[in-house]
Design a protein around this ligand. Sequence first.
Ligand code: SF4
Length: 407
Amino acid sequence: MKSFEIPNYYRSLIISKLKELRKNEDPRKKDFSPTALDFGPVKFLIARHFGFCYGVENAIEIAHKTIDDNPGKRIFLLSEMIHNPLVNLDLQSRGVKFIMDAYGNQFVEWNEINSNDIVIIPAFGTTLEIESLLKKKEIDTVKFNTTCPFVEKVWNRAEDLGKENFTVIIHGKAKHEETRATFSHSKQTTPSLIIRNIDEATIVSKMILCDIDESEFYKYFGGKYSEGFNVAKDLERIGVVNQTTMLASETQAIADLLRETMIKKYGAENLKEHFADTRDTLCYATNDNQSATIGLKKEEADLAIVIGGYNSSNTSHLVELLEEKFTTYFISGAEKIISEKLISHFDIQSRREKATENYLPHKAKITIAITSGASCPDSVVDDVLNKLLSFFSGTKNPEEILKSLQP
Ligand code: SF4
């Protein structure tokens, strides 16, 4: 896979080295078990995959190059390039301004933007409506476009489904910029509907089987279906596409339910006519990171730490997975580990940070499972390891441990 030029301060001594070792050892990514880094009194179990993905590195490279190549120009980003506060602050410190937040709330009015400005399109992509607005202002929408190719792949798959007269069901969050962009592209070609979870898929299933009244659909899915959506006709042929921000296992459960629904309604022999196989829309990084987290969950640990931006849906899903087994602390960086007795962490249910005392158990040796989101730099994970190591005496040297892992 292509490698990118990203600022060196995002790379790290321990994690980047460890990733390289695992990659050389398992280039085909068959092994999803974590790596154990045993420092003596504390052992870290590091997930097989996490951190910057292709799309994130590509976006960071383009954004920094744009800043370097255009001194004196006003540079805007449509919204957060990725959901990591450090990466966004870094760009803001270099003069980049955000036009809106992740949910489309405007910080800079459109009339303040003109053809002399540069507008960077983030990795999540944007809607056709915003793209056309930028074109009208004679702003280049190609050169500074960091849309991830794996996001575009979902748009292309939706378009293909549309050409075959399938309705596109998007498993995503209706307000998230990635889903808004996919919906905007998909509805150009075919009727489209956004569903958030298995509960909403159950409503669609009941609708297909005529178990609930059609009027309920329009009430329930207000704002989430394309204009002119016709329940009676547009749910006869469907395909499900997945957003990178969702849990892969949930998309699978949704697809399985709708597939079964079609078999029930039309018979297994007619399935192909009514349900499109779309297993290929899941991005590799989401797949790898979630599979590696499931691999981490198979191990035994005293606690788990997930590092990443609190707005990152991808990272929140890693927290959800680990919470099923471990006491899990979701932190944005090492500064959230206030001392060996106190940690400040984000609660994904209440969506607030809270403080927990005595998060490290009193044991002769403790094991901590660690992973991070696709928008988290390796250097932040290193900082977390180093902060935790500083609470223990007699720990081994990280370089020695890495050397011992070499074949
Ligand atoms: S998580 Fe996947 S789709 Fe999203 S930016 Fe990374 S590679 Fe692209």
